[in-house]
Design a protein around this ligand. Structure first.
Ligand code: AP5
Length: 216
């Protein structure tokens, strides 16, 4: 099992980059945020529990998040390659990932840290629109759909995430600084860490990441 971790604050572009790189077919995209949103939409018991955390921009508890990832690993073959988007987000989750990979002879080959300034993050998050059907990501200024409110890819309706309002964004950024930012030092010390400047076009960011992946 081979893992690539994409980490970074809300709005840095993790989903945009994952969408493009995993479309090449080598890595399977796992976004804990997307999986939690599906659980909430399904109305399941666990979805109801998760909804409150997501609406306020807090983290879903580690035990729930860790179980989700372990279930995916358990139902995958040993040669599987994953791009993890938004996981891990706490030191506890990172340690769990190490243990789970040890048990499965898996490795983290790269950790890409996507980062930029707070005002850029807020501008990206407040303008984000997502397709309800295929989950394609747009931005009202930087990558608008051709027809307002309609997905270019599948014709689905575009929507704005509930947690993309200014108040919740502020909380998500605070939670990131308190609970997730320390993972930068955690992964730097492991040697597989690459910081990526995301103040350029998504295609250029993906080229930079693809070139690093090709080298190894
Ligand atoms: P999640 O869905 O993972 O949200 P997030 O981490 O806050 O990240 P985002 O999806 O908001 O941003 P992104 O970096 O993917 O940016 P994107 O590419 O879309 O998590 C949501 C919630 O779920 C959490 O708050 C928590 O409650 C829960 N959760 C999830 N994982 C968890 C975990 N492991 N543990 C506990 N709880 C968890 O881009 C944003 C916008 O910018 C888009 O409009 C895009 O078009 C635009 N854009 C992107 N790149 C560029 C660029 N280079 N130039 C210009 N515009 C760009």
């Amino acid at each position: 099992m081979e893992i690539i971790v994409l980490m970074g604050p809300p709005g840095a572009g993790k989903g945009t980059v994952s969408e493009s790189i995993t479309a090449q077919g080598k890595f399977k995209h796992i976004s804990t945020g997307d999986l939690f949103r599906e659980a909430v939409t399904s109305g399941s018991e666990i979805g109801k529990e998760i909804a409150g955390y997501m609406e306020s921009g807090s983290l879903v508890p580690d035990n729930v998040t860790i179980k989700l990832i372990e279930n995916i690993f358990d139902s995958s073959n040993k040669e599987a390659k994953f791009m993890l988007d938004g996981f891990p987000r706490t030191i506890g989750q990172a340690e769990m990932l190490e243990n789970a990979l040890k048990e499965r002879n898996g490795i983290i080959s790269h950790v890409f840290f996507l980062n930029t300034k707070k005002d850029v993050l807020i501008q990206r998050l407040t303008g984000r629109r997502i397709c309800k059907d295929c989950k394609a990501i747009y931005h009202t200024l930087f990558s608008p759909s051709k027809v307002d409110g309609i997905c270019d890819v599948c014709g689905g309706e575009l929507y704005q995430r509930e947690d993309d309002c200014l108040e919740t964004i502020e909380n998500r950024l605070n939670v990131y600084n308190k609970k997730t930012a320390s993972l930068v030092d955690f992964y730097k010390s492991k040697g597989s860490f690459v910081e990526v400047d995301v103040n350029k076009k998504p295609a250029e960011i993906c080229d930079e990441i693809n070139n690093i992946l090709k080298e190894n």
